[in-house]
Design a binder for this molecule. Structure first.
Ligand SMILES: C/C=C/C(=O)SCCNC(=O)CCNC(=O)[C@H](O)C(C)(C)COP(=O)(O)OP(=O)(O)OC[C@H]1O[C@@H](n2cnc3c(N)ncnc32)[C@H](O)[C@@H]1OP(=O)(O)O
Ligand SMILES: NC(=O)C1=CN([C@@H]2O[C@H](COP(=O)(O)OP(=O)(O)OC[C@H]3O[C@@H](n4cnc5c(N)ncnc54)[C@H](OP(=O)(O)O)[C@@H]3O)[C@@H](O)[C@H]2O)C=CC1
Length: 447
């Protein structure tokens, strides 16, 4: 049995769940990996010069054993997330440390501790097998997977699964990720594939859409409300393109920061009106590596006031980190919120704490999303309220280039990867719903 036979079953409209259950599984499959013996390959280079095309490999790997509560999924398409960029440049840590630590937790988890790491934290595909104890999903189900892997043996995670001490990001802190022909997930990562989208469109939102939903909309994050002024860094990027849609759909007022005319146009086409081109306006929040320039924070805040009719920011959607964080804290209104999920430009942040305490602002740390939040975010995609922001699609073998594009900020929105799917555009089940949203679905394509 080969991957080709699985693909034939997926492409046949007559295949039943029983047919999928009866398909023998291949012994091996193709997967995107990084190698443990290469973690020092970029030693001494600046972050920018570490090239994912050199560290990312396409390997034939053995199929992992299926455990209780798990599912093997035939991956039709996946997408590149920034966490795969971090993995491929071995920053801030090599992800093999995560796999070793996971491997020490129990006998079955040892499967994850390998000399190669199959990366990727998104997928759209078809369930092939489920392990003991899985009742909600069956072979043949068309699914997407969110990337929260939890054990839930401790009480800590039972209010909010992101608080589980054994919380991991699948395909980053676990092995057998989505940039592959077959992936291993926990069954509570599965969600229904939106039926009006192709495989690659369905695989694009998952991680960033769920993260933006928790960070901005959920009560676990900023709890955005109607009328809020929301400052969105990187508003046409992975996270930002969903944050912008959530702000608009929720009756808030996004103030979109981007770095080019083209990106400003994309934000405008999504419906945003207040847009700041940080490049054209030349903000320099740092005078040198160690000194910020509060005059520049003020110039930025003044520009925001021009765009809002004199109002300040209720919520900052933060992720660039060190470079922008001082400005983000400054421009937030009294009682406002800075919600952060990342530090792309550096994790040692500096800000003037007087502006935080004297004005009663709050900083909220946010990370991915719990199952319910991921489900709600996926539901909005399935209902056509929020749309994928897929720009370019690569083949599995060109994943290194795809990750390079994201690392060097050459991309827009999300970059997709075809895994088993032989071409783009397959997997659409509801053409009528698709036709209603086709312009929004294609908004980011090929720009
Ligand atoms: C969904 C997508 C998301 C993204 O894209 S996010 C962006 C990509 N992700 C990242 O860049 C994150 C990468 N992760 C990390 O950098 C690291 O993952 C962390 C810095 C978050 C954590 O580092 P660690 O080494 O795992 O943990 P420690 O806490 O620094 O060290 C563990 C040791 O520290 C002890 N410890 C923890 N808390 C305390 C405390 N409060 N007081 C005293 N000790 C403490 C522990 O016990 C343990 O000790 P013992 O090493 O001996 O076992
Ligand atoms: N904790 C979590 O759960 C998650 C964390 N992340 C992290 O968030 C970060 C962003 O991810 P994602 O949105 O997918 O990445 P993208 O690269 O797709 O988008 C980020 C955007 O941020 C802007 N940006 C980058 N650097 C700077 C800077 N120095 N100053 C201002 N703006 C900047 C760029 O937009 P422009 O040039 O137009 O301004 C860029 O397009 C990554 O570090 C990622 O690892 C992502 C998802 C989940």
């Amino acid at each position: 049995m080969t991957v080709k036979d699985i693909l034939a079953a997926i492409q046949s409209p007559d295949s039943t769940s029983e047919d999928f259950a009866a398909l023998p599984l291949p012994e091996s499959y193709r997967a995107i990996t990084v190698h443990k013996d290469e973690t020092e390959m970029f030693a001494g280079l600046a972050t920018r010069d570490k090239d994912p095309r050199k560290s990312i490999h396409l390997d034939e790997v053995p199929l992992p054993e299926l455990g209780p509560g798990e599912a093997l999924v035939a991956v039709m398409a996946s997408s590149v997330n920034y966490n795969s960029v971090w993995t491929s440049i071995f920053e801030p840590l090599s992800t093999f440390g995560f796999l070793e630590r996971y491997g020490r937790t129990n006998e079955l988890a040892k499967r994850h501790d390998l000399p190669y790491h199959i990366i990727g934290s998104d997928l759209a595909g078809v369930v092939l097998r489920t392990g003991p104890g899985v009742n909600a999903w069956r072979p043949g189900d068309e699914v997407v997977a969110h990337c929260l892997s939890v054990e839930l043996e401790s009480s800590d995670g039972h209010n909010d699964t992101m608080l589980d001490p054994e919380q991991r990001i699948w395909g980053f802190e676990t092995n057998f990720g989505g940039l592959a022909e077959i992936a291993l997930v926990k069954s509570n990562q599965l969600m229904p594939k939106p039926d009006h989208l192709s495989w690659e469109e369905a695989a694009a939102p998952g991680l960033v859409n769920s993260t933006a939903y928790r960070q901005l909309v959920s009560r676990n994050g900023a709890g955005m409300k109607q009328g809020d002024n929301v400052l969105i860094w990187g508003a046409s990027g992975g996270l930002g393109s969903y944050a912008t849609q959530f702000a608009l759909a929720g009756g808030a007022n996004p103030i979109c920061v981007v770095s080019s005319d083209q990106k400003a146009d994309i934000c405008r086409s999504m419906g945003a009106e207040a847009i700041i081109d940080r490049n054209a306006e030349g903000y320099k929040f740092w005078k040198d590596e160690n000194t910020q320039d509060p005059k520049e924070w003020k110039r930025f805040g003044k520009r925001i006031r021009e765009l809002t009719g004199g109002e300040d920011i209720d919520i900052v959607f933060e992720h660039p980190g060190r470079e922008t964080f001082g400005a983000s804290v400054f421009v937030t209104r009294k009682g406002g919120t800075i919600t952060t999920c990342a530090s792309t430009s550096g994790y040692m942040h500096e800000y003037d704490n007087r502006y935080l305490w004297m004005s009663l602002k709050r900083i909220i740390g946010s990370h991915f999303a719990n199952y319910r939040e991921a489900w709600e975010a996926n539901r909005l995609i399935a209902k056509g309220k929020i749309h994928p922001t897929l720009s370019k699609v690569y083949s599995l073998q060109d994943t290194g280039q795809a990750a390079y594009d994201v690392h060097r900020n050459l991309h827009q929105g999300k970059v997709g990867v075809l895994c088993m799917s032989p071409e783009e555009g397959l997997g659409v089940r509801d053409q009528e719903k698709r036709a209603q949203h086709i312009d929004a679905i294609n908004r980011f394509r090929n720009i």
